[in-house]
Design a protein around this ligand. Structure first.
Ligand SMILES: NC(=O)c1ccc[n+]([C@@H]2O[C@H](COP(=O)([O-])OP(=O)(O)OC[C@H]3O[C@@H](n4cnc5c(N)ncnc54)[C@H](O)[C@@H]3O)[C@@H](O)[C@H]2O)c1
Length: 347
């Protein structure tokens, strides 16, 4: 991406100093050759938190002050999902590079419009899919790419806990973006359709439990289970290859990835009426993982994209592809699990 001016010290502004904004401030305040100039939150009482975290940054309770500051090169948006589109659009129109928290927007239409503006303005538009920068996901990617587990047949993810009921988005939009971004990163084939079901036990139309099945033409299949109403916290992903299978348990402090030398072979008997299955269970090994903070790597990836024109790992295409699956799943839930075809990927 062409940059219109050479940036010496990159000046950054963050909008939203809530739960996740605090982590972003900590990381962006510590980056080399960057200055966290301003942090905005519509709640004026958040100034106190900023003064403790990064006293050098200016606090404002209005995004206008940040957007009208010509010195600010890039904006990080960490507000609730329904505000992402408008804040990102205004930032791009004010010629600023933009990093949006996941999920990128509330609809594919909004995401596509932001991409069009970013391309026209020659600005970076990136989405924070933090998990792509974790040692666990990097390891799973290399195990798949190196052919260590063989052809991948399935992906099964569970992300459940006694979670905070969100007022504006359902459990899918809250929890599934992480796992969908991981799926799209690990698997090169793009999905064909989704089927999803869910339920709102609070009767306000906002589902607190949801299940998605993602279908692929090759026969590969992915499944997601999301809930805010589980008595235990489970963050588990199973990836089955023809040779080996991976278990990613993110609540484990260090041994998050285990690779099972487990598989099966089958043949059909002579009259083709029965299949005969041979199982194989071998060793289990625990690979060493890169334990650097994923959010710091993500922040560096954004800065590198702005400075050097590199394509970030979690770019706007990755953001849009997540929204497409979420939107199709939502449509399926509203139609009692009907299959919804995913439209072609954005190029
Ligand atoms: N990448 C991750 O792992 C991760 C983790 C948690 C949350 N998130 C994402 O971060 C975003 C924020 O989530 P959160 O949990 O921090 O929410 P939060 O409610 O804790 O914080 C949002 C903050 O934004 C402020 N705000 C809202 N509208 C504003 C506006 N128009 N201008 C200025 N400030 C405004 C609110 O006052 C609040 O302080 C969401 O998109 C969420 O999905 C990402």
């Amino acid at each position: 991406m062409n940059q219109s001016k050479k940036i010496t010290i990159l000046k950054i502004g963050i909008i939203g100093l809530g739960y996740w904004g605090v982590n972003l401030v900590r990381n962006f305040a510590n980056l080399k050759d960057t200055e966290l100039k301003m942090v905005v939150d519509s709640r004026p009482e958040r100034k106190e938190a900023l003064d403790k975290l990064c006293p050098a940054a200016i606090f404002s309770d209005t995004a206008d002050e940040l957007l009208n500051d010509p010195e600010i090169d890039a904006v990080v948006i960490a507000t609730p999902v329904f505000t992402h589109y408008e804040l990102a659009k205004r930032s791009l129109e004010m010629n600023k590079h933009v990093l949006i928290e996941k999920p990128m927007t509330s609809s594919t239409k909004q995401a596509e419009e932001l991409i069009e503006i970013a391309q026209r303005k020659k600005k970076v538009l990136m989405v924070d899919h933090t998990f792509l920068y974790t040692g666990s996901v990097m390891k799973m990617k290399s195990l798949i790419m190196n052919g260590d587990i063989g052809k991948v047949k399935y992906f099964d993810s569970t992300r459940i806990n006694l979670g905070l009921f969100q007022p504006d988005i359902n459990v899918l939009w809250d929890l599934a973006p992480h796992d969908i971004s991981i799926l799209n990163y690990l698997i090169e084939e793009r999905p064909y359709s989704v089927q999803a079901t869910g339920v709102s036990h609070t009767h306000n139309g906002i589902e607190n439990i949801a299940y998605i099945t993602v279908n692929y033409e090759s026969g590969f299949i992915a499944h997601f289970s999301c809930s805010w109403t589980s008595p235990v916290k489970i963050r588990m992903m199973l990836i089955g290859g023809e040779q080996k299978m991976i278990v990613f348990n993110d609540v484990e402090p260090t041994e998050k990835i285990k690779v099972y030398d487990t598989g099966y072979e089958y043949k059909t008997d002579e009259d083709k009426k029965r299949i005969l299955v041979d199982y194989r269970t071998g060793d289990i090994y625990t690979p060493k993982l890169d334990m650097r903070e994923a959010l710091a790597l993500m922040a560096n990836d954004f800065v590198s994209a702005v400075r050097n024109g590199t394509t970030p790992l979690s770019d706007h295409v990755s953001g849009l592809e997540v929204i497409k699956i979420l939107e199709a799943s939502q449509e399926s839930i509203k139609n009692k699990g009907r299959e919804v075809i995913i439209k072609n990927s954005f190029q």
